[in-house]
Ligand binder design. Structure first.
Ligand code: HAM
Length: 436
């Protein structure tokens, strides 16, 4: 038996400062989603296995090969969520939110897929997403895409939008049959894996990366050319709005995506910085039949999810990660045992004033304390020794300017605030609040 443990394969521990930087990226995403009226929801990390089998689709890799499924002590088959759209739609149905016009929700949280781990592909990964349910208006598709676009703009990520339409129950079955006929016509030339896929879900042969498959299917019929008039009109309306808002995209008639619920507008954002197999920063589309598939009333919907891990990776590779939000405004040092209580109270008051303050929790010489404060990046050091305590004062040192002055203990909060706000040009703008 192992005498120490490691994080399970395909999972990561995020420690400071990375965890703080990830949270800063997530906050920027949530801010942008909030500006467009998407409100947070939270659903369970595990759901009935049947929800994913029906919602995501039994022919998908996600359901066939990648789910973490287990039986609980009550004999129920449960699955760690591989994605959140099915769970969110289930929750909206269960709580009667479907019938009441358009519902715009946002979420953030871990997902689980048993995939082969590599850079940008994990078994536990984090998605931030939005879903807009209750309307089939093309303006809603455009809104959803625009929110993603604005997130990438805010973060400074270069993401290419790939866009297509997957048709609907009206036009896709006939197209699917034609495509299957085409693929069967290739006979034994088509590799065995592609032949097997063709029988399960012929559209998924089109997005296979195998160069031979790509070459053989170069002339395959495309859904784009087989859209029914309603799907075509929807597609054109979405594109018109996106173009009006100045968005650019790449036509992706072979984009299929790995989940079965999509109809009509379907899209993905890809990053130039990441390796081809993991370059999808996020993706989504319309899922007008999903509610009925999982037992709800008709409720057209559209949404996307971004992979936070991949977005952070792309930002790191482009050298554009936000600054570590951690800061230490003041280290308060009681130099004599009698000063402990005054230091502890001052730390409380500094924190109440919105300043980041801490104690050393260790006995050191003054020189040792100053070294530790410099290592911790403290902007100010407050020194309370015997003499200061007797006089009701504190020494407040500006670590950068290397200046120290003595102030009344009651004025220490204001003095630390003044030091903490004085920052070198170009420093992290997330500073302490102005206390004046
Ligand atoms: P998805 O394309 O399966 O869509 O996942 C969305 C994003 O999650 C991917 O583009 C990728 O950035 C990230 N992702 C997926 N798998 C992994 C992994 N193993 N490791 C790291 N990142 C990963 C969905 O999940 C849909 N529910 C999106 C949606 C919402 N469609 C409509 N509404």
């Amino acid at each position: 038996m192992a005498d120490r443990f490691e994080a399970p394969k395909g999972t990561f521990d995020y420690l400071p400062p990375e965890a703080g930087v990830r949270a800063a990226v997530e906050r920027q995403m949530l801010t942008e989603m909030g500006l467009a009226g998407y409100e947070l929801v939270e659903t369970p990390v595990f759901e009935d296995t049947g929800l994913f089998a029906r919602g995501v689709g039994t022919s998908t890799d996600v359901v066939q090969k990648e789910m973490y499924t287990f039986t609980d002590r009550g004999g129920r088959s449960l699955t760690l969520r591989p994605e959140l759209t099915a769970g969110v739609v289930r929750a909206l149905i269960e709580h009667g939110r479907i019938a009441s016009g358009i519902t715009k929700v946002a979420y953030t949280g871990p997902q689980f897929r048993y995939e082969r781990p590599q850079a940008g592909r994990q078994r536990q990964f984090h998605q931030v997403g939005i879903e807009a349910v209750g309307s089939d208006a093309p303006a809603l598709d455009a809104d959803v895409v625009l929110v993603g676009h604005e997130i990438f703009r805010r973060l400074g990520v270069e993401a290419t939008l790939l866009l297509t339409s997957l048709g609907d129950a009206e036009c896709r079955p006939a197209y699917r049959a034609r495509l299957l006929e085409f693929l069967r016509g290739l006979g034994g030339d088509l590799p065995a894996e592609a032949r097997a896929r063709a029988e399960q879900n012929p559209l998924r042969v089109l997005d296979m990366k195998d160069p031979l498959v790509q070459e053989l299917t170069a002339d395959a019929p495309l859904m784009r050319d087989a859209l029914c008039p309603a799907c075509r009109a929807h597609d054109e309306a979405v594109r018109g709005l996106l173009a009006d808002a100045g968005l650019k995209w790449v036509e992706a008639p072979r984009l299929v995506r790995g989940l079965d619920y999509y109809v009509r507008t379907t899209f993905e954002w890809q990053a130039a910085e990441l390796a081809a197999a993991q370059n999808a920063l996020g993706g989504g589309g319309r899922y007008d039949g999903l509610s009925e598939l999982v037992g709800g009333p008709p409720a057209p919907g559209v949404g996307w999810a971004l992979g936070l891990d991949r977005v952070v990776l792309a930002l790191a590779q482009a050298g554009r990660l936000p600054a570590d939000p951690h800061r230490l405004d003041a280290l308060v040092i009681p130099l004599a045992g009698a000063a402990d209580a005054a230091a502890f109270t001052l730390v409380r008051d500094l924190r109440r004033a919105g300043l980041v303050a801490d104690l050393p929790y260790a006995g050191r010489t003054l020189k040792g304390h100053m070294k530790a404060a410099a290592r911790a990046g403290a902007r100010a050091v407050v020194i309370i020794g015997d003499a200061e305590l007797a006089a009701g004062e504190a020494g407040v040192r500006d670590m950068q300017a290397r200046e120290q002055r003595t102030v009344p203990l009651a004025g220490a909060v204001g003095a630390v605030g003044a030091v903490a706000r004085r920052r070198p040009p170009g420093a992290d703008p997330s500073g302490p609040p102005d206390l004046t």
